[in-house]
Design a binder for this molecule. Structure first.
Ligand code: HEC
Ligand code: HEC
Ligand code: HEC
Ligand code: HEC
Ligand code: HEC
Length: 484
């Protein structure tokens, strides 16, 4: 019976032999065991902290450390092979491997060691790969790790109805094929970031965006009968009192009901797309032709009566089958125009209407040209406080807190919409819902697309919505509806 000490020595010698006596394999052993131990240690800390670490911590813990760990593992056989070649060249004969003999204690020791080591490595690498994928799919990885590049999309996303779902839900979705595609295109993007060859701003539309059927429709579907939806929009005039003006619309969102596919959703989409169109420009704003499948299953073709459609221009265009993103192109990266951003902050109470001319003054400041976000922040703070100190000294002292809050809110509007370092300015990304700020629905519904038999695409206000009040100070309809 060997003593405990002897047994340890025997094990030590066997392991030493298995792992090789060459420098490269030994370096591999050191790298692997050092990263392996720190990895497990840091994972335990991360789990105890509930996984709310720094956005980069996941990248280090589940991508970089495991990569080092695997690299160390690979060094071990690489060292063996190299040593064997060197031995052969030098005419040395290496020690023969132990004979395959289960009754030999030496062989059993080697076998046990290899089995345990493989199991441990497989567990570590398996867990790391699983977590690594989770990291790559996280908002932190998509939006934060590439800091400057994705900052605009991340900022707009944070304030949107989708801020609680991951980037991958819309940009990748489920299934193996898209998963691989996304990893390939992701790798290209990481290279573009490292080499700084990306475009500024990041262009839209995204030409390889996955069809909405496989992303948006996993959570929303067009046939759902939403019916009519009351939409209350508040604006503020650029007068001394920042007068509130309210518009009340009943949007005929529709869906599917006893009459079939109705309303805004139903007329464009039902079980599939009913409309395809051909654009002339990169951003899908100029629509040359539209094909519509009507309720009887006939296809009606409309052509623009306004655009100059040369065959060359048409050839450069793109044909699209209409889906959610042709209207909701900014469901989450909803960049605002400056007056819309201010209206939102005033409605939310972050900018007080008690401050005379605050809308007008803030709008001027937001529209200024600045070299960086920091420069803009300073100009907004100085501009607004300076304005009240000079023009309304008593308000500057009696409403000091309101002015400070307004400064923060006006800055926030700038910070989430304008990114001078990415050359992203007001209104760069058109929003296709509506027709007031951008062509939107009127790209087709502006009364300028006709079919051969002279029918045009509906431009009737009431097909889309009932306008119950338009820019009114105290719309009676809100009182009648019991709304305020
Ligand atoms: C609700 C779905 C949704 C989510 C969630 C989402 N996106 Fe998008 N994203 C879109 C759509 C739709 C477009 C543009 C569609 C078009 O016009 O082609 C887009 C466009 C982009 C673009 C191109 C530039 C632009 O503004 O059009 C980038 C970059 C981008 N997204 C990054 C992100 C990042 C990073 C996240 C997570 C922080 C994210 N997206 C989350 C739907 C989404
Ligand atoms: C993972 C689920 C999920 C996916 C995928 C998703 N959404 Fe949503 N969406 C939601 C949720 C949840 C809300 C409601 C948020 C709330 O009410 O605060 C929402 C809200 C909306 C709204 C209403 C916003 C409002 O102002 O009321 C629109 C429009 C919308 N989504 C469009 C889209 C489009 C277009 C896509 C695909 C590009 C998409 N969604 C993909 C979950 C999803
Ligand atoms: C023809 C343009 C168009 C298409 C296509 C379209 N929508 Fe809409 N959608 C609208 C309009 C307009 C509204 C009304 C609300 C508004 O004006 O903001 C709306 C409202 C919504 C709402 C909020 C309604 C609610 O339940 O409160 C959701 C969610 C939504 N759409 C999701 C989708 C999804 C998902 C698709 C694709 C299956 C889609 N939409 C296709 C134009 C469109
Ligand atoms: C093809 C459908 C369609 C037609 C036709 C249409 N609208 Fe609209 N309208 C919309 C949508 C969609 C919105 C945006 C709702 C939103 O902001 O989410 C809108 C918004 C508006 C607004 C609010 C603007 C704002 O943002 O403050 C007014 C006012 C309005 N429409 C008036 C009209 C009038 C008047 C007509 C007829 C001359 C008309 N619309 C025709 C779809 C339509
Ligand atoms: C690519 C072109 C295109 C765009 C963009 C588009 N539509 Fe349409 N829409 C059509 C066609 C084609 C029809 C069917 C012909 C018709 O009914 O006039 C239609 C029909 C409709 C109808 C039914 C009209 C009726 O009289 O029954 C509504 C409502 C509607 N669209 C709303 C919208 C809204 C709201 C938007 C913007 C958010 C929008 N559409 C954007 C092409 C478009």
């Amino acid at each position: 019976m060997p003593t405990a000490q002897k047994r340890t020595a025997l094990w030590g010698r066997t392991i030493f032999r298995v792992l090789g006596q060459n420098r490269l394999s030994q370096a591999g052993v050191v790298v692997t065991s050092a990263t392996g131990i720190s990895m497990v240690f840091l994972w335990i800390i991360e789990i105890l902290k509930g996984g709310h670490g720094h956005p980069y911590s996941g990248i280090i813990l589940f991508l970089i450390l495991p990569a080092l760990f695997v690299a160390g593992l690979l060094l071990i056989p690489a060292g063996f092979l190299l040593q064997r070649r060197l031995d052969r060249k030098a005419g040395r004969t290496a020690e023969p491997p132990p004979p395959i003999d289960l009754t030999s204690p030496k062989f059993r020791r080697v076998l046990t060691f290899v089995a345990i080591a493989t199991l441990a490595n497989a567990t570590l690498v398996g867990f790391a790969s699983y977590k690594g994928l989770e990291v790559m799919d996280s908002v932190g990885f998509c939006g934060e790790a590439c800091h400057t590049v994705m900052a605009p999309e991340l900022a707009a996303y944070r304030g949107s109805p989708h801020s609680r779902i991951g980037c991958v839900e819309c940009h990748i979705g489920a299934g193996a094929g898209w998963f691989v595609k996304s990893k390939l295109s992701g790798t290209r993007q990481v290279i573009a970031v490292v080499l700084k060859t990306y475009s500024t701003p990041i262009p839209s539309p995204v030409h390889h965006l996955r069809p909405a059927r496989e992303t948006c429709e996993q959570c929303h579907w067009p046939q759902r009968f939403t019916g009519d939806r009351v939409l209350i929009k508040r604006k503020y005039a650029e007068d001394e009192k920042n007068t509130q003006l309210t518009t009340v619309l009943v949007m005929h969102v529709g869906g599917a009901n006893a009459q079939g596919s109705v309303g805004i959703h139903g007329r464009h989409l039902d079980a599939g797309s009913r409309i395809s169109y051909r654009t002339l420009d990169e951003r899908r704003q100029q629509i040359a032709t539209v094909s519509y499948r009507d309720d009887t299953g006939q296809t009606v073709d409309f052509a623009s009566t306004e655009l100059k459609v040369t065959p060359e221009a048409l050839a450069k265009g793109e044909t699209r089958s209409m889906d959610c993103v042709d209207c909701h192109n900014r469901p989450t990266h909803a960049f605002e125009l400056p007056h819309r951003g201010l209206d939102r902050e005033i409605t939310a109470g972050a900018i007080s209407r008690e401050l005379p001319f605050v809308k007008k003054k803030a709008l001027e400041l937001l529209k200024g040209k600045y070299g960086s976000q920091d420069e803009a922040k300073k100009a907004i703070a100085d501009g607004l406080t300076g304005y009240y100190a000079a023009t309304y000294p008593d308000i500057a002292s009696s409403k000091k807190l309101e002015i400070e809050a307004a400064v923060t809110a006006v800055q926030a509007v700038y910070l989430r919409n304008v990114f001078p370092n990415m050359k992203l300015d007001w209104g760069y990304h058109p929003n296709n819902i509506g027709h007031e700020d951008f062509p939107g629905c009127f790209r087709c519904h502006g009364g300028n697309h006709e079919s051969k038999d002279g029918k045009s695409i509906s431009a009737d206000c009431e097909a889309c919505h009932q306008v119950l009040a338009m820019d009114e100070e105290n719309p009676e309809i809100l009182t009648q509806l019991g709304l305020k």
